[in-house]
Design a protein around this ligand. Structure first.
Ligand code: SF4
Length: 441
């Protein structure tokens, strides 16, 4: 195993969280109010303690309402600085970065951050870094060339039997590693009805399309009746077999997964939901309950995580994440190499890091917990799965394979059979691993 890449220490000085708590007067509403009483029953830095400390005066009725979180997203440096320790230097750097790449964090997701830890893995996904612009020349605006494959505005037809439908560019949170950062500057649009109709007409007229992926932005930012109108129209197209929804709501604002939404999704199955957990600290009780509610409505939940420097780039971090997901009945599906997107270079890892992680997981935990490591090829080439190489040698009808413990095992490879194997014909004995190696050397 090669050592995994560690995050570079943040060069920015940090104010102490305790100092900030003494100065903070922001409970997440637009009014300035003193923080609530310190939690004594929760460990410092835990989500519940952070909620109490930062949003202690917000009643449960608001905290459990996704619209409240959406309205109260943290979108300015001033507001962020009233909640999270930020030095003056860090604040001025953030002001610079957010001119190009804005900021948006839900109060719920902010409460997952340990304010006293500058290397917190949730923080790295949510709070901008000056490296987004100082390393900003590396990468491309649209490495997957989604614009090239757009057949009508908002509809990407890259693979033969499936299409990607982008209904909005609005997200509850702006993830620092987002592939569609290019869209953030013109943020805030929802696809107009005429464009949705054009997308549906295209799908209707192409009977090779059996799978429609609704994504964004985040499609669950749409009100449930509005989303239902689109889903119902897709379901009315006979050749469409499955609908998939790509959303990060279960992770960044699980309150969105409410009874109304789940009942609606349950009416139009089969619907699969792909979400985006990157770190085990995101697998909270609220997130697990949201996934459970989806599953009970007949919506299977899969996870597509992105490999991120300093967030989840070690075997231990991935094991903890994926085992936590399985406990929440969520299947780890893909682990993506972070795309070559401008403004994300500081979060990208070498490809070997991903291969080493898969090798460190495979065999050491249930295969259900091991995602497929994938690169989405720049230039719009599509997804390519990468695996550590377990085939040590190969000759004629024999392969020498390496197992997860590094031991070698020869394996007979049957020829394609055009006729039945004669009765009593036994495979020839295969020699020891060393002999096979000798033969093929
Ligand atoms: S939720 Fe997805 S689309 Fe939205 S900012 Fe995050 S990564 Fe990008």
């Amino acid at each position: 195993m090669k050592p995994s890449v560690k995050a570079k220490p943040n060069s920015i000085a940090h104010t102490s969280g305790k100092q900030l708590a003494a100065e903070s007067h922001n409970d997440g509403t637009s009014e300035e109010e003193p923080p609530g009483p310190a939690a004594t029953e929760e460990p410092p830095g835990s989500p519940a303690a952070n909620r109490q400390r930062l949003f202690g005066r917000v009643p449960d009725s608001d905290w459990n309402d996704w619209r409240w979180h959406f309205r109260n997203r943290i979108t300015t440096v001033d507001r962020l600085a009233s909640l999270i320790p930020l030095s003056a230097e860090e604040q001025s750097q953030l002001r610079l970065v957010t001119l190009k790449y804005p900021l948006a964090i839900t109060p719920y997701y902010l409460s997952l951050i340990d304010p006293d830890d500058p290397d917190d893995p949730i923080r790295k996904q949510a709070i901008p870094s000056i490296l987004e612009i100082t390393m900003g020349m590396q990468g491309q605006e649209d490495p997957l060339e989604e614009r090239r494959y757009s057949v009508v505005p908002g509809l990407v037809h890259r693979y033969p039997d499936r299409v990607l439908m982008v209904l909005t560019d609005i997200c509850p949170m702006l993830c620092r590693h987002c592939t569609r950062k290019r869209e953030w500057q013109d943020g805030g649009w929802v696809r107009p009805p005429a464009e949705v109709t054009a997308m549906l007409d295209y799908i209707r007229s192409h009977d090779s399309i059996r799978d429609v992926i609704i994504s964004g932005g985040d499609p669950l930012t749409l009100a449930t009746p509005r989303l239902e109108a689109v889903i119902a129209a897709i379901r009315g197209i006979k050749h469409v077999e499955i609908i998939r929804i790509g959303t990060r709501f279960p992770v960044v604002l699980p309150q969105r997964i409410d009874t109304e939404l789940c009942a609606m999704l349950g009416r139009y199955g089969p619907i699969w939901l792909n979400t985006h957990f990157n770190h085990h600290n995101e697998v909270t009780q609220e997130a697990a309950a949201a996934c459970d509610q989806l599953l009970r409505s007949g919506v299977p939940v899969n996870n597509q995580s992105v490999l991120l420097r300093g967030v989840n780039d070690s075997v231990a971090a991935q094991l903890k994440l994926c085992q936590g997901l399985l406990r929440s009945k969520v299947r780890p599906y893909y682990l993506f190499q972070c795309d070559e997107v401008q403004g994300t270079e500081h979060l990208r890892t070498p490809v070997d890091t991903g291969l080493d992680i898969i090798e460190g997981m495979r065999g050491h935990t249930s295969g259900l917990a091991v995602p497929t490591f994938v690169i989405d090829l720049p230039g719009g080439g599509g997804k390519v799965p990468l695996q550590p190489n377990y085939v040590v040698a190969q000759k004629d009808d024999e392969r020498l394979l390496r197992n997860f413990e590094g031991q070698f095992f020869p394996c007979r490879d049957p020829h394609p059979q055009t006729e039945p194997v004669p009765a009593g014909l036994n495979p020839a004995p295969i020699g020891e691993a060393e002999q096979v190696l000798e033969t093929v050397a």
